[in-house]
Design a binder for this molecule. Structure first.
Ligand code: GLN
Length: 554
């Protein structure tokens, strides 16, 4: 491709939160990538936490983990699912991180003699973090999503930093503003005033959007578009309609239809002829929208009221369902409401059971009941992280007969600590960013189901935990029929070799897999995760559903 300077697109939000800036940003990235532009997305979050790692899922939904071990906003998951390109630490920056570096610089003496202020020091640090991604000429376009809504006190330094970058880099920078155009049923009209006010607020802060994307439940008429254009000072073709879509994966196609990619390229003075190549994307959507069969699976966890808490798992199921041309309905089952007596009633209509990751005691007895049910009734089972640890405990209690077996996370004094804290975690005092995080290699056992599923021995998956399988018990478990199917060969703090159990299986069961890692973080539209694809297929087998001929993507 013709060489251009790196271009920067900023995406701001107005009128209301939760309008889907992440999906719009990810969709635009998809379109630009499909036209051959090397594109990445970054999210700037205006809260003071250094990262969302210490936030409760009730507050912030799922915590997404990158290859390099950053605990990030769940929007980064969308970025990866849409672009199929791994993100990193640099792709999620919070106000906390910005302030931390400014204050560390101040202590080092980098500003010696000067008063340290929001402007210029904080805004300079924001600008540095944005420009950092442009180093090394890896990208043609960098999309930066600003969290929150303009007009919020905490967004001010970000909007100011964008204003300065616009002034400094001129036509290499553009701004997309996402707003909401409500429909007043009583008046039978779409209302543009909130959008006008939101753009006025931006203008007061010195920033003029180039494109306005309007979230709406009804189509925007020509008149409405003209009104937004006139009062918000943009070209009419730069008013983009974003109607509610059947699925988030439809949004790139809707945005292309509206000409978002074309307008963006025009504004950035990049070639925009032709159309993006979306063949693969369309074929995925076709399969998603025309399933041959339908199954229900259970997701057992303690945050079931809140779908965002298990975002990546739900998206992985959806993608794996598309591969198998089977609509996967996920029944969210609250682990706290589950026990031995009602487990059949609650899970009997599910063709597979996934026990979710998690922390702490709440709901674990319900998880154990679900696992015992899956194990004894031959229902396909997948345990992720805490879910894997729980299947080890269930096996210890009910197969090995160690009734008090537990994880030392739940019972520090248990006689059978089959799951225990990792050595290097013993002296960890700070909670933020100190878990075993990010990608680690894992060697799969040749004679395992996982080896068949992945089609190779050496894999790499992402982690987020402090506890692990206690190696003292490996022989007991193997003798009783639980296979150590995946091992990480690492070294301890003194550099001595050690092994870590990363995956367990029950060869006597049609599909019983527990993984210490999180496969859900790596499932994308282009590469649905083989473990989820195989799990859905096992559920279809269990349900006696004949699946389409095409073999699952390995
Ligand atoms: N609480 C468990 C641990 O820290 C599992 C964590 C998880 O499920 N992500 O090891």
């Amino acid at each position: 491709m013709h060489k251009h300077k790196t271009k920067f697109i900023f995406v701001t939000g107005g009128v209301a939160s939760s309008l889907g800036k992440g999906i719009i940003s990810a969709s635009l990235a998809r379109l630009l990538l499909s036209r051959g532009y090397r594109t990445t997305i970054q999210k700037l979050d205006p809260y003071i936490n250094i990262d969302p790692g210490t936030l409760n899922p009730y507050e912030h939904g799922e915590c997404y983990v990158t290859e390099d071990g950053a605990e990030t906003d769940l929007d980064l998951g969308h970025y990866e699912r849409f672009t199929n390109i791994p993100t990193s630490q640099a792709n999620n920056v919070t106000t906390g991180r910005i302030y931390l570096s400014v204050i560390e610089k101040e202590r080092r003496g980098d500003y010696l003699g000067h008063t340290v202020q929001v402007i210029p020091h904080v805004t300079d640090e924001i600008k540095r973090r944005v420009r950092l991604l442009a180093e090394g000429d890896k990208f043609d376009v960098i999309i930066t999503e600003i969290g929150g809504t303009v007009g919020d006190i905490e967004s001010l330094p970000y909007v100011e930093a964008v204003r300065q970058l616009t002034w400094e880099m001129g036509e290499d920078v553009m701004v997309i503003h996402l707003t909401y155009v409500p429909y007043l049923a009583a008046a039978g009209e779409l209302k543009t005033k909130p959008t006008q006010h939101s753009v006025k607020t931006m203008l007061e802060q010195g920033l003029q959007p180039d494109v306005i994307v309007c979230r709406t439940e009804h189509p925007l008429s020509k008149g409405v578009r003209a009104k937004v254009a006139l009062f918000c000072n943009v070209q009419p073709e730069c008013v983009i309609e974003s109607q509610d879509a059947r699925s988030i994966y439809e949004v790139p196609l809707l945005m292309q239809k509206e000409g978002l990619d074309k307008q963006v390229l025009k504004i950035l003075k990049l070639p925009y002829g032709g159309r993006p190549n979306l063949t693969k994307w369309r074929s995925f959507l076709r399969k998603l929208e025309h399933p041959h069969s339908e199954i229900q699976v259970a997701l057992v966890g303690k945050y079931v009221e809140l779908k965002d808490a298990y975002k990546s798992i739900l998206e992985s199921f959806l993608q794996a369902g598309a591969v198998n041309q089977c609509k996967v309905k996920v029944k969210m089952v609250h682990s706290e409401h589950l026990d031995k007596d009602n487990v059949e009633a609650q899970l009997g209509d599910c063709k597979a059971i996934l026990v979710a990751p998690g922390f702490g005691k709440r709901g674990i007895e319900g998880k154990l009941a679900a696992i015992e049910y899956a194990r004894t009734k031959n229902v396909p089972f997948l345990g992720i992280c805490l879910g894997m640890q729980m299947c080890v405990i269930e096996f210890a209690r009910n197969v090995l007969g160690w009734k008090t077996a537990n994880s030392t996370e739940m019972d520090p004094k248990t006689k059978y600590p089959v799951i225990h804290i990792m050595d290097e975690q013993k002296n960890v005092k700070n909670m933020g960013g100190t878990m075993r995080l990010g990608a680690y290699p894992c060697a799969l056992e040749k004679e395992s189901l996982l080896y068949k599923v992945y089609g190779k021995k050496d894999i790499s998956e992402r982690h987020r935990h402090r506890y692990e399988f206690n190696n003292d018990y490996i022989a007991d478990f193997e003798a009783a029929g639980m296979k150590m199917a995946g091992i990480n060969h690492g070294t301890n703090a003194e550099g001595k070799g050690l092994i870590r159990v990363e995956a367990v299986e029950l060869p006597s069961h049609p599909f019983f897999v527990g993984v210490q890692f999180h496969p859900e973080y790596k499932s994308t539209v282009e590469n649905p995760h083989p473990l989820f694809v195989a799990f859905v297929r096992a559920a279809m087998d269990y349900a006696g559903i004949h699946h389409p001929d095409e073999t699952a993507k390995k």
